[in-house]
Design a protein around this ligand. Structure first.
Ligand SMILES: Nc1ncnc2c1ncn2[C@@H]1O[C@H](COP(=O)(O)OP(=O)(O)OP(=O)(O)O)[C@@H](O)[C@H]1O
Ligand SMILES: [Mg+2]
Length: 331
């Protein structure tokens, strides 16, 4: 086939971006795998989702048990709020979930929201990279493919937003993925949530996935998660603790505490602890230091008082000696 004709089968000539009308020579395995992937998010992830390992390079992901549990929760529940330690694969699971819905379900408008636009763009980059790494027969073809949004031939699309922009408002989004919600400014979240949540939740099939590390108690993430744990809202609460990641044992914990500088900092980043607002690890540390220096000040003050007293005594003695000498006519 001439090169031009061959290139026309792909979006911008990129062999990993098939156009909607691309045809395949289907083998029984391809048909079977397409069906399995559509039905089973875990099968899809472990057979077709790649991560980059620092030592071994690009390889298929082998999901940890806690990640499987979370992905099952996402499959089975519409509203999921995940409390998780740092570096447990929150963004990786968001990417898998987003891709799985976009490819295998029709007419889904997926919105990825993060605290900063650059963070949302980075997550979207991961979605694009994962999409491009899939074999073409699994993919719904590409209609549009940009830096902040992509649209597929099955009518589904993925886009990004921040809570301060207007995207996601109106009835245009039915799958919302929110990363690190506890770290988005409260006033921005409240406005966004008030306008977006009623619309999303009014649809019977809409889905929301929120994942965050804790950040105090005075925010929407804490409210959603703690109410879900108490069973007073219709959210599924789930959590991943640091020790659920293979290789993270007590020695790893000790090393990490040393690297971070304090147990409080570890609890904040890895301990899944909701410290009361105003009681953060940094405040505690600072407070301890202040207490220490106040103690030092007391000591110093006592020492100075002692020196003053000594100096006064010496001065008095010197002065009376001087007076004696004057009196005796020696000076
Ligand atoms: N099952 C897995 N096996 C091996 N590596 C994994 C697995 N899941 C995730 N990773 C790797 O772990 C690293 C952290 O993943 P990710 O960024 O998704 O975590 P995170 O919880 O979002 O981190 P952060 O708290 O920094 O936002 C990445 O390099 C990712 O490729
Ligand atoms: Mg992350």
């Amino acid at each position: 086939m001439p090169k031009k004709q061959e290139d026309d089968k792909f979006y911008l000539g990129n062999k990993n971006l098939p156009r909607p009308d691309q045809e395949f020579e289907w083998t029984p395995k391809m048909v079977r795998d397409l069906k399995k992937c559509r039905q089973n998010i875990l099968y899809f992830a472990e057979n077709y989702f790649y991560i980059v390992n620092l030592d071994r390079g690009k390889e298929k992901i082998k999901l940890h048990a806690c990640q499987k549990r979370t992905l099952r929760d996402l499959r089975d529940n519409r509203f999921v709020t995940l409390l998780a330690s740092r570096q447990v694969g929150k963004t990786t699971m968001m990417t898998i979930y987003c891709l799985w819905i976009a490819i295998f379900q029709e007419d889904q408008r997926i919105l990825i929201v993060a605290n900063k636009e650059q963070t949302a763009i980075n997550i979207f980059k991961r979605v694009r990279l994962a999409y491009e790494s899939l074999p073409n027969f699994l993919k719904a073809g590409v209609v549009e493919y940009g830096k902040t949004a992509m649209t597929l031939a099955n009518g589904s699309s993925v886009g990004i937003s921040t809570t301060s922009s207007d995207a996601g408002r109106g009835d245009s989004c039915n799958v919302l993925i929110l990363d690190e919600l506890a770290f988005i400014d409260n006033h921005l979240v409240q406005d966004f949530w008030k306008s977006v949540f009623p619309i999303i939740s009014s649809s019977k099939k809409s889905k929301i996935f929120i994942a965050s590390t804790p950040n105090g108690t005075d925010n929407l993430f804490y409210e959603l998660y703690s109410n879900a744990v108490k069973g007073v809202n219709n959210w599924k609460a789930t959590r991943i603790d640091w020790h659920e990641i293979p290789g993270r044992d007590e020695k790893w914990k000790d090393d990490t505490i040393k690297a971070l500088g304090s147990v409080e900092a570890f609890n904040q980043e890895f301990g899944n602890q909701f410290l009361q607002t105003g009681e953060s690890a940094i405040d505690d540390e600072l407070f301890d230091k202040l207490k220490l220096s106040a103690k030092d000040c007391d000591n110093l003050q006592n020492q100075l008082l002692g020196l003053k007293h000594l100096a006064e005594l010496r001065f008095e003695r010197l002065f009376s000696t001087f007076e004696d000498c004057v009196h005796k006519g020696e000076l």
